[in-house]
Design a protein around this ligand. Structure first.
Ligand SMILES: [Zn+2]
Length: 413
């Protein structure tokens, strides 16, 4: 029997609530469904008996505190646990989770009745890691939303457990469940002072053991090209074709520094979109690199190519607008590795092998770390996130709850 009888029910209840974020929205949170879900979570946290339960008036985070139960005079670092309530850009209406008890680690799992969509270990080899586990899958029509409702359910379950077990000593623990992680804006408005923690973790990673404190540095660039359109019959020596300028620009970038040819710590330029005609053209790129110097060099290269082309053209026809998006949290965290060491030690105490690797992406923790609160990322258990093949193991979710409790204990030692 599980130590955490409420965990699965809580998770199943949350995933059935549609909370997809919307990158075209101008409101915070981006969707009404998240506002409603936040209210539902706040009511639950109050009923559990957590303190200081509130919804932040400007950023939409659901926040709560589990006060320290240490004897008077004893203090510990305040630890925060953060997850996100929104789901990714995929159908999330009428999520209908399926439960596979005692999975054998080799069978093909039918998601829909007709078997149009299946989880096949030949295609998804990680399934082999789940022999004997209870898996929760989709019915093939939606995503599951374990990203990150697994994290939400795990943090709340851990806090509920600690409330019921005052014999487990811990310092002040903070809980934060935010909106709009998937559209990359939720953490922009995170209120570090109000959250009031010394160190924190996002519980938003994948499989068992994931511990991440290195992300990309990230920027977005828009390169615009101004042409000169005249009748093609009399264009000789006059026409400047903006679309051809754009193609020329792209050809001057290092052709091997693209996502499809890079891995590990290799950075890239991703050409996200191309718009153009003779008169005007625009290229949109994202730039990614773990190494800050190489990241800065990539941005400088764009500007150099712009200057070079303008000089060749004898006119200012190419313009670059480069905007930084987030930075590698390692830069902050490696100044004081306590937050990482604590998580590693907690995993080792629980016989979980820490899996530490640089994320080829960002997390809410990248932004929050640069606001002054070091926030690496812990596993939440989900596999194949952001689509219909998403699934999660109940046993791994239980391990995530174990880990949150163990970190709380160790931080108070
Ligand atoms: Zn997530």
């Amino acid at each position: 029997m599980s130590n955490y009888p409420g965990l699965t029910d809580r998770f199943l209840k949350y995933v059935k609530v549609e909370t997809r974020s919307d990158e075209n929205s101008t409101t915070i949170p981006s969707t009404k469904s998240q506002v409603e879900f936040a209210k539902q979570l706040a009511a639950e946290l109050k009923e559990l008996g957590l303190s200081n339960v509130r919804i932040h008036p400007t950023n939409g985070y659901v926040l709560a505190t589990l006060p320290s139960n240490l004897e008077a005079g004893k203090s510990a670092k305040k630890v925060g646990f953060i997850s996100h309530m929104d789901t990714a850009d995929f159908n999330a209406k009428n999520v209908n989770p399926q439960i596979v008890d005692n999975y054998d680690g080799q069978s093909v799992i039918k998601l829909d009745e007709a078997g149009e969509y299946v989880l096949d270990p030949a295609e998804f080899p990680n399934l082999k890691n789940y022999q004997g586990h209870t898996l929760i899958t989709t019915d093939g029509t939606t995503l599951l939303g374990a990203d990150d409702k697994a994290g939400v359910a795990e943090i709340i379950t851990a806090f509920a457990y600690l409330l019921k077990h005052p014999e487990i000593k811990h310092g002040t623990l903070q809980l934060g469940i935010g909106p709009d992680e998937e559209i990359g804006t939720g953490a922009d408005h995170f209120d570090v002072a109000d959250f009031d923690a010394d160190l924190a973790y996002t519980v938003d990673g994948g499989p068992l053991g994931e511990l991440e404190y290195e992300t990309f540095n990230a920027a977005q660039a828009e390169i615009s090209f101004t042409g000169k359109n005249v009748h093609p019959g009399t264009a000789k020596g006059v026409m400047v074709n903006a679309s051809l300028l754009a193609m020329d620009f792209q050809s001057r970038l290092p052709q091997d520094q693209v996502p499809e040819l890079t891995a590990g710590r290799e950075g890239f330029f991703l050409l996200l979109s191309v718009e153009g005609n003779v008169e005007e053209a625009k290229l949109t790129y994202i730039i990614r690199d773990h190494d800050r110097q190489k990241f800065e060099a990539k941005k400088a290269l764009l500007n150099d190519i712009v200057a070079e082309m303008n000089q060749e053209l004898g006119q200012k026809r190419v313009r670059a607008e480069v905007r930084d998006q987030y930075y590698n949290m390692r830069e902050v965290i490696e100044k004081d590795m306590t937050v990482v060491d604590l998580a590693k030690e907690a995993m080792e105490n629980l016989d979980i092998k820490p899996l530490i690797f640089p994320v080829r992406g960002g997390t809410d923790g990248s932004k929050i770390s640069f606001m002054g609160l070091p926030t690496p990322n812990l596993f939440a258990g989900g596999e194949n996130m952001h689509g219909r093949y998403e699934y999660v193991s109940v046993q791994v979710m239980e391990k995530a709850v174990d880990l949150i409790i163990e970190i709380a204990k160790l931080a108070a030692k």
